[in-house]
Write a protein that binds this ligand. Structure first.
Ligand SMILES: [Fe+2]
Length: 375
C-alpha cells in the first residue's frame, strides 16, 4: 500500500521542516512548497492526498491558495488544511473555512494533536463522510473586502511587532556600543567618560545644525567609539603625565586607523568606521592619519572632531589640568575655517554661549542622547 502523501506549504523553513518531521513520524510521505504558487505547481503534478498550508506567505498566501484549490476541478476534492500562527483569531478561522477549507489548525499544536486531526480528516475522506467543502456563496467584492480587511489587520500587527523588535535591537546596539566604549576607557582612567561626553556634545551640535534624528544617532554611535583604537596603545603611554615623545605620539596616532580596522566589518546603518577614522583630520590637511582636507572630510567627522577637542581641553588629562570651557571655545573659534568646519564651530559655540549647554557627566547606561541644557 502506498503511503498517504501530504503537501506542506510554508515559507518559513524551520516551520516547514518541523511540520514535515511531524507528518513523517506519522507515516506520511511529504511533499513541500514555499508559497501558494509553488504549491499549485507541485499539486497539479503530484496530486497529493492532502494539503496543509500556512497563511501568510509571499507571492500567493494561503487564503488565495485555498480559493484556487477549490476552483480547480483536479484539486477541489483534496482535503485542505490551514495551519497558522499569525492568523489564529476566530475571525481568521471563520474566513478560512468560508473559502472552502476542511480544517483550521493553530500553531503551535502538539504533534500528536496534529496527527490525530489529520488522520481523522483522511478517515472521513476515505469513508466518504467528508462533506464537500465549497467556498461560501459570496459575491467577489465581499470576499475581497473581507480578505483585505484580514490582510491589513495582520500587516498592522506585524508592523507593530517589527517596530518593537527594531526598538529592542536599537537598545541592544546602544548598550553594546556603550560597553565597548567603557572597556576602552577602563585602561585609561584619566579619560574615563570621554567618549560619552564627546557623544553628548556631538549629538547636540548635530541637532543644532538641523540634522535629522537618524544622522544624529550615527554621530552618537561613532563618537561613543571614536577612541576604541587606543586599545592598542600601551596604557603607560596613555597615562604618561608629560608631553609624549615623537615615537610615543606616532603610536597614539595609529588609533583612528586601528579603530577603522575594528569597525569596518560591522554593518552599521551609518558610515561609523569612516567617521571614526577621520576624527583627527583637519580642514587644512594638517590632521592624521590621512592628512585629508576640505570636503574630503565627512560632515560627521567634522562634528566629532570639534566635540572631541572641546571635551579634551575642558577636561583633566594626565599631562594637564582642565583648562575649562572658555579656553576650549577659544580654540574652536580661533581655528574655525582652518582646522575646524566653520558651521560646526559656530554651532558648538552657540550651544555653550547661547543655549546654556553643559558638558554632561557620563550616563550610567545605554540611554538616549544626554541633554544637560535647557533652551
Ligand atoms: Fe582620538
Amino acid at each position: 500500500m502506498t503511503a498517504t502523501r501530504v503537501l506542506v506549504v510554508d515559507d518559513d523553513p524551520p516551520s516547514n521542516y518541523l511540520l514535515q518531521s511531524v507528518l513523517k513520524s506519522g507515516g506520511y510521505k511529504v511533499l513541500s512548497a514555499e508559497d501558494g504558487v509553488e504549491a499549485l505547481e507541485v499539486a497539479r503534478y503530484e496530486h497529493p492526498d492532502l494539503i496543509v498550508t500556512d497563511i501568510l506567505m509571499p507571492r500567493m498566501d494561503g487564503y488565495q491558495l485555498c480559493r484556487e484549490w477549490r476552483a480547480d476541478p483536479e484539486l477541489a476534492k483534496i482535503p485542505f488544511v490551514f495551519y497558522t500562527a499569525n492568523y489564529a483569531e476566530a475571525d481568521d478561522e471563520r474566513f478560512a473555512l468560508s473559502l472552502g477549507a476542511d480544517l483550521f489548525l493553530r500553531k503551535p499544536s502538539e504533534p500528536d494533536a496534529v496527527l490525530a486531526e489529520i488522520g481523522d480528516l483522511l478517515d472521513r475522506q476515505a469513508a466518504g463522510s467528508l462533506p464537500t467543502r465549497r467556498p461560501a456563496r459570496k459575491d467577489e467584492t465581499r470576499v475581497l473586502k473581507e480578505y483585505n480587511a484580514r490582510l491589513v489587520h495582520k500587516l498592522e500587527q506585524q508592523l507593530v511587532q517589527l517596530h518593537e523588535a527594531n526598538d529592542l535591537l536599537t537598545q541592544m546596539l546602544t548598550g553594546t556600543v556603550h560597553a565597548i566604549g567603557k572597556l576602552t576607557e577602563a585602561r585609561d582612567p584619566y579619560t574615563s567618560g570621554h567618549q560619552e561626553r564627546v557623544a553628548a556634545i556631538a549629538w547636540a551640535i548635530a541637532e543644532k545644525l538641523g540634522h535629522e534624528r537618524h544622522f544624529c544617532e550615527g554621530i552618537r554611535i561613532a563618537a561613543l567609539l571614536h577612541d576604541i583604537g587606543k586599545i592598542y596603545v600601551p596604557a603607560e603611554i596613555l597615562a604618561r603625565p608629560r608631553r609624549l615623545t615623537e615615537v610615543e605620539l606616532g603610536i597614539v596616532r595609529m588609533h583612528p586607523q586601528v579603530a577603522y580596522e575594528v569597525l569596518t566589518g560591522i554593518m552599521f546603518p551609518w558610515p561609523v568606521a569612516e567617521y571614526v577614522v577621520q576624527h583627527h583630520e583637519r580642514l587644512d590637511g594638517s590632521g592624521y592619519p590621512a592628512g585629508l582636507s576640505g570636503d574630503a572630510i565627512l560632515p560627521g567627522s567634522r562634528i566629532i572632531a570639534v566635540a572631541d577637542v572641546v571635551e579634551a581641553i575642558a577636561s583633566h588629562r594626565p599631562y594637564k589640568t582642565a583648562a575649562g570651557i572658555a579656553v576650549a571655545l577659544d580654540e574652536i573659534d580661533g581655528n574655525a575655517g582652518t582646522l575646524y568646519d566653520t558651521d560646526v564651530a559656530a554651532a558648538c559655540i552657540a550651544l555653550f554661549d547661547t543655549d546654556g549647554f553643559e558638558i554632561p557627566e557620563p550616563s550610567a547606561g545605554a540611554g538616549g542622547p544626554v541633554k544637560a541644557y535647557s533652551k
